[in-house]
Design a protein around this ligand. Sequence first.
Ligand code: RI2
Length: 327
Amino acid sequence: MWGKMIEEVLKTAEDIKTMRIRGAARIARSAADALRLVAERSEAKNVEEFLEELNKAARLLLNTRPTAVSMPNAVNFIVRKARRTAASGSLKEVREAVVSAAREFIENSLKALEIIGELGAKRIKKGDVIMTHCNSSAAISIILKAAEQGKVEEVYATETRPRFQGRLTAQQLAEKGVKVNLIVDSAARYFMNEVDKVIVGADAVAVNGAVVNKIGTSLIALAAHEARVRFYVAAESYKFSPATIYGELIEIEERPPQEVVDEEFLRKYPRIRVRNPAFDVTPPEYIDLIITDKGVFPPQALFIVLKDEFEWVIEDLYPEIKVVEED
Ligand code: RI2
């Protein structure tokens, strides 16, 4: 049975790797859903066997894309619930715990998007021109909510080389009647003077409030800073990277050169090394606000608010560090 199940998990993993499934939030929800399937279809004979299957599936998923921390946070949330239940529960109870934890994560993730939309829209003024980069469901949630309230004048969407996710953003906004301009990434500074607010998403947020997001984000943040344009990040609380509390760096994924140039070019110019980092880091100094499902904060304050939420992850990552429970 593991053979059949592993096929499903492998398929999800492959879809994430090749970016058929993409966007930090969607990646996390798909991983959660894959673990739910494992729990529903498992034919493990006992708790140990099941936990082994679950770990195997978790590892497969975690080895797909290294940067978006949403996925390890989702996987940890579910695996931890399973382990906790396994301490005294039956096989049936452990499997049920996985199914309900996965459902809870997915539901909360979708709810978070709505909350971010509501909170973010409050920061948009009537007549605002907004710039966005890549294709972030959280950033789009804010733009659409503000547009619904009649506040968005128009949007500049960067095309987002090399995968052109900005075209998706432009389509999604245009479908909802938002006036949208699709621009090449390098035109961001050219148009910045016409923009009131930049809103982007996040793949990970570090403890100091630095934001890891699609390559090019930090350049746009610099241009916004120079032009004194507000720069907002829309990020669900599960985009926070607990490992950064202990000084871990967030790994920046580098993707194949074939996403940038074709095979013929690579063959013709073997001496040219094509670099293709998928993300960059925007320092907190260039970010005005991070809009989350737990509220809206300046980047430096985010950790203080999310600390309690992540105590369980910290304990798991660093078991030697005991989180003291207050009574
Ligand atoms: P949501 C995407 O990464 C982009 O960097 C986007 O800004 C970020 O995930 C967050 O997207 P990729 O998967 O979670 O396109 O807000 O490499 O949808």
